[in-house]
Design a protein around this ligand. Structure first.
Ligand SMILES: [Zn+2]
Length: 151
């Protein structure tokens, strides 16, 4: 599997390849994540899904907000709403996210919050903490993420 990692990194922004790619239904992707995460925990690492998402976002490495939105579409992770007058943005909304059929009383998209933090770091060359404050899984219209710059 490791043999194909360079090819994967080359393909992530290639719309032709992405559009022709097979789809993994989200619950199976979640299962895959669970297995990887369990393995990481087994190695007694304290890492969180947020931190894994952050590295994921750095690999995605969008050049700007427009490309960040495009990459989310390509991943089928939903539609991002970002006010481009704010550079960097303080608030990001996401409609149609993965796992929207889950009902919880707290936000669930830590992984996506991490991805956004990693992507924003690549775009603005600054560190951010991204926190989900409202979630479709709580019956809200959209997921809402707050973005705070750190030093
Ligand atoms: Zn959410």
């Amino acid at each position: 599997m490791e043999k194909i990692f360079p090819n994967i990194l080359e393909a992530i922004k290639n719309e032709d390849i992405i559009k022709k790619s097979k789809r993994i239904p989200m619950p199976y992707f979640g299962l895959f994540a669970l297995v990887v995460f369990d393995k990481v925990k087994e190695l007694s690492s304290e890492t969180s899904l947020y931190e894994i998402g952050e590295d994921f976002g750095k690999f995605l490495s969008p050049k700007n907000i427009e490309e960040l939105k495009k990459v989310f579409k390509l991943m089928d992770f939903g539609d991002l709403e970002i006010d481009e007058k704010e550079q960097p943005p303080h608030k990001i909304k996401l409609s149609n996210p993965p796992y929207k059929w889950i009902a919880k009383d707290e936000p669930i998209h830590d992984f996506i919050a991490g991805i956004l933090a990693g992507c924003l770091e690549e775009i603005f060359k600054k560190k951010f903490i991204v926190k989900e404050v409202e979630c479709v899984c709580q019956g809200k219209d959209k997921c809402v993420f707050e973005v705070v710059e750190t030093n």
